[in-house]
Design a protein around this ligand. Sequence first.
Ligand code: C5P
Length: 286
Amino acid sequence: MTLDEMTKLLTLNAYAKLNIGLRVLGLRKDGFHELHTHMHTIDLCDELTFQKTKSSVEIDIVPVTDIPLEKNLIYKAIRLFQQKSKIDQNVQCKLTKVIPMGAGLGGGSSDAAATLVALNQLFDTNYSNNTLAEWGAGLGSDIPFFIEGGFACAKGRGEILRTLDSPYQDHTFVVIIPSIECSTPEVFKAWDEFADSMSIHDVSCEQMDSQNDLQASACRRYPKLKAYEKLIQSAPTNLKGMSGSGSSWYVGFTNEREAKAYQTQLQSLQLEAHIHCVKAITTTKE
Ligand code: C5P
């Protein structure tokens, strides 16, 4: 995070995550699902720049999208911060969007978390990360994770976190992002309709593997995903799966050269997908 003293522009990155293993443990009374998942920050990121303004809140997104301002999670995070801190000055934000929406990589949640962190710095309010995470949980289940990032076990709706030592620090992940936008509520709805209650079971943190209980529901709701499920079945490592509620898939390598070779191999298939080679990172402090 950097603050330019001349222009008073605060710039920071909002990193994506991978869910390396996700268990759905049932539908709760509040409509959410009880989860157990492991999340890891990766170095694929959006860039956000904030500046105080005397006029109204503005969010300038590159490339341009047609999401109404009030629906944007950055806007909601700005309003939440103003309401909690009782600061009514507005801010302008420029967002350079790299993490696609509906990809299961947490792009929108990461932008919202970065907004809370940025405003805390811009207004010198000194709220703790715990406080920002508590506020963020009201906006989205995985926003608390993005306040600090790294590697964590998440339970509850996804907001109850325990930081873990990462076994993936030296790993390179090939991330395949199909041009399919998955709606998280729709994928959970498909899980409600088709999950076999006999197959619901939790594992200990130590036993968590890359199985994702939302994978079958996502493939049922978005049948085009099945081609990617098949594709990664033949990937040359066992560390592989779907992230979140889709549509992205990852294949993890301990050797960067092998990861790059796999990326090149996938690129030659002319898939309707973006294929990135990324590092798992444990700190998002720049
Ligand atoms: O919390 P968030 O806004 O990211 O959740 C989006 C939607 O995903 C929820 O409205 C709900 O339908 C579904 N969801 C869920 N259980 C969770 C997290 C999300 O059912 N633990």
